[in-house]
Design a protein around this ligand. Structure first.
Ligand SMILES: [Cu+2]
Length: 164
């Protein structure tokens, strides 16, 4: 009886973590990615760099032990790649260079999104035929981060990931 009581106490912090029910500990990575994406849509290299710095921090501060086994496995294989591209974007003030890294950043984040639970909301994978590259969005409306205002609505939704 005493043992059971202590086990129950130990479980409380785990289950009371904010967002536990809706999403995983990987969610901040996606939230920060969306900020990088929005900055690239706006053509704002400085904000993109700052947001990518936040994303890098989120990637490097994931508490692996707190992840569900499936999320843990998926994240382990992609952490270095996500860190690499977000670091390069954060250290650059050249939007073209940032957009190059954003292609692989988006591809790797999509791999993670397919294998784990990043959001309680749908994730749209969009395709830009001119750049021949993908990006992720929380919104079905197209806002192209590769060309910004010069071709804002170029592209289409290629895949919709619904939360499992
Ligand atoms: Cu680089």
């Amino acid at each position: 009886m005493k043992k059971l009581f202590f086990a129950a106490i130990l479980c409380i912090p785990f289950f009371s973590q904010p967002g536990f029910a809706q999403s995983s500990g990987l969610s901040p990575i996606l939230t920060d990615y969306y900020q990088v994406k929005d900055a690239l849509v706006a053509g704002d290299a400085k904000t993109a760099a700052t947001a990518a710095g936040g994303m890098l921090k989120a990637v490097n501060s994931v508490d692996m032990a707190a992840l569900a086994p499936k999320d843990h496995q998926a994240f382990m294989g992609l952490q270095d790649k996500l860190a690499y591209d977000s670091r390069h974007i954060s250290e650059s003030s050249d939007i073209n260079h940032q957009r190059e890294h954003f292609t692989s950043l988006s591809a790797n984040l999509f791999k993670l999104a397919k294998q784990s639970r990043l959001s309680a909301n749908p994730i749209y994978e969009d395709y830009c035929p001119m750049k021949k590259a993908y990006w992720l969005s929380s919104d079905a409306a197209i806002k192209n981060p590769y060309f910004g205002s010069s071709m804002l609505t170029c592209g289409k939704v290629s895949t919709t990931l619904n939360p499992q």
